[in-house]
Design a protein. Sequence first.
Length: 270
Amino acid sequence: MASFARMGEEIPVVPVLVPSQEQDWAKRLEKTIERGANHLLSLQAEEGYWQGELEADTTLESDYIYYLHVLGKADPERIAKLANYVRRRQLADGGWSIYPGGPSEQARHMLQARETVGRLGGLEHTNSYVRFYLALVGAVGWELVPSIPPELMLLPNWFYFNIYEMSSWTRGIVIPMAILSSLRPEWRLPERARVDELFKDPTRKTAAFDWSKQLLSWKNVFLALDRGLKLYEKLPWKPLRQRALREAKSWMLNHIERTEGLAAIYPAMM
């Protein structure tokens, strides 16, 4: 029976019992588990914990460049370092992967990447998070962004849909987005940092999501709800809005205090 050592203690690896024709596969699996466990234990500190760099794809560096522009702190030297980091992780075909060693999600370098975006429908067909970021820097109209009313904060916990029916990370992102969605601040990017060329049809900068061809679908249900919320946003008086914003602000402050960041997830902290 195989075993591995953990801080002086020998721990056996229990063999996997499988039919005879799978014994070879079971042995390889056992060996793989053993190697993986030994590698993890080799990285363990004497006190019993692990410490290492939390890595992700180059989205984080790209987001940080965006964030610095929004804050008006786009220091050229820092931007250059971030951009160099992103380029060092560029794949041979010019694109970037979403995990180390993964395939490129884009095409060769920037020109072909733009063509790929256009072929996929342009910025008009991006997801909600991308649209939200673009609206904050004035690249698209808020009509293109799904509505997130802060009144969500006022829904009771027993209600079928409330903020505590969301996952922790989703809640940590949605509540700040609800505040910004209500206030709709806008930071104009310099012309050199804009992405207007990524629109397939510039006249659709304020267009909403396309309806599904299938009349009865969840997509159409949510789009109909979004249209209703957009009509609500146009009302001159929203009796619960200020109370909802105060609740959202209080929730954020309570969850930021004495922590290393809201929900311990990068988009929420940013």
